[in-house]
Structure formats: structure tokens, C-alpha cells
Design a protein around this ligand. Structure first.
Ligand code: GAR
Length: 213
């Protein structure tokens, strides 16, 4: 039987890169199939994710957001880089910059983001990282979690691929909750979503993502 070509995948990062590490590990264990991790691109030089990429032998580079006069010029440079790499799939794994319309259109239903809450709760512009968990605690919800979704121009509003719920415990702090959501939800559903995409199992119908098994 003819094998389908590998999906050329770039992972965009801005920080510690634990989600990137989960992707690398899942690929190593054969839990992500049909995927070629061609590049890791960071929006800043200090991201530890760059070290994780290099340690795994993945091409790592920086498109430094601070060196561009506007968000638009940053987006243009990033888009050129992704085009040069001939990328099929873009994964946002703790990427703290907003992707503008040209990139979202060029890779429509081919950009995947992980968000540390159950979208549509605690999501949208300005909701990222530890803040999201503090918002969940302040609101008093008993359950939170993580969401993996396709990226559209509107922040955190694209079609949802996978979600996983996590109970909030009485003594949780934003930090303890962040850790549990990462360990038990994000590191599980992000690699799973990438695998489903790379095996051609995801179909988007309006707002709904159909998973074909
Ligand atoms: C993760 O919790 C991810 O969900 C979140 O940032 C963290 C990055 O951690 N992303 C957002 O808040 C985006 N809205 P990592 O660098 O260790 O993967």
C-alpha cells in the first residue's frame, strides 16, 4: 500500500516548551504518526523550548517579535519563514503572539493551538498562561481543563478538536492548577490532536470538528 507523505510540521513557542517536549516524546513513542517535525520557531531568544528542540535534533530558530516595528511586520516575517519551510501544519505550543489574517487564511484549518482552559471559558485576547488559571480560581468554577482547537483570526474562537476536564481542588493555587492541567490534559490532548491531523482524521464542518476513526 502506498504510504501517505509525512506532514511537514512547525511548532511555534515562546516559553518553557513543556508542550513541545510532550510532542517530541509522543513522536518518539510512535503516538504521533505520519508527522515530520521540521522546525521549532520561537518569538523570543530566551525561550527554553529552543534548547529542548536542539536537544531533540530539531531545527530551532527565532523570529524575534521585539525587532519588528509592528505586529503586522512580525506576522509577515513569520509567514515568510513558514512558507520557506513549506509547512503543512503549524502547532502553537505556548506561543504568546496573535496570528493575523494572512497566516490564518494561508493555513486555514491547518493551525492547531492548545489553550489552558475549557473554551469558551477564560479565553480570548489577553487570556494566556498563569492568568487563565487565576481567572478560573477567582470565578470559582469547580472544573477547568484544556482545549486544542484550530486557529482563526478571532483569538481562541476556532473549531474545537479535543478538550479534557480537570477538577479544581480546594487548596489549588494558579501554579498548582497550571501544573495539573498541563500534566493531565495539555500533554495528552495536544499530541493526540496532532496525530489525528497527520493521519487525516479531522474534518471541519462549520464550527464542528468531526473525528473520523
Ligand atoms: C501552556 O499552559 C499553554 O496552554 C499556554 O501557555 C503554556 C505554555 O507552556 N498557552 C496559552 O495560554 C495560549 N493562550 P509550555 O511553554 O511549557 O508548553
Amino acid at each position: 500500500m502506498k504510504k501517505s507523505p509525512l506532514v511537514r510540521t512547525a511548532v511555534l513557542v515562546s516559553g518553557g516548551g513543556t508542550n513541545l517536549q510532550a510532542i517530541i516524546a509522543a513522536k518518539l513513542f510512535g503516538e504521533i504518526q505520519n508527522c515530520d517535525l521540521v522546525a521549532v520557531i520561537s518569538s523570543n531568544h530566551g525561550a527554553y523550548a529552543l534548547d529542548r528542540a536542539r536537544a531533540a535534533g530539531i531545527d530551532a530558530s527565532v523570529v524575534d517579535v521585539t525587532t519588528f516595528p509592528t505586529k503586522r511586520t512580525f506576522n509577515t516575517a513569520l509567514m515568510q519563514k513558514l512558507k520557506d519551510l513549506d509547512v503543512d501544519l503549524v502547532v502553537l505550543a505556548g506561543f504568546m503572539q496573535v496570528l493575523q489574517r494572512p497566516i490564518c487564511k494561508e493555513w486555514e484549518n491547518r493551525i492547531i493551538n492548545v489553550h489552558p482552559a475549557l473554551i469558551p471559558s477564560f479565553s480570548g485576547e489577553g487570556c494566556y498562561g498563569l492568568k487563565v488559571h487565576q481567572m478560573a480560581l477567582d470565578y470559582g468554577v469547580k472544573v477547568t481543563g484544556a482545549t486544542v482547537h484550530f486557529v482563526t483570526e478571532e483569538v481562541d474562537a476556532g473549531p474545537i478538536i479535543l478538550q479534557k476536564a480537570i477538577d479544581i481542588l480546594p487548596n489549588d493555587t494558579a501554579k498548582s492548577l497550571q501544573r495539573r492541567v498541563m500534566e493531565q490534559a495539555e500533554w495528552d490532548i495536544l499530541p493526540k490532536a496532532i496525530d489525528l491531523f497527520c493521519r487525516g482524521k479531522l474534518r471541519v464542518e462549520g464550527r464542528r470538528v468531526i473525528i473520523e476513526e
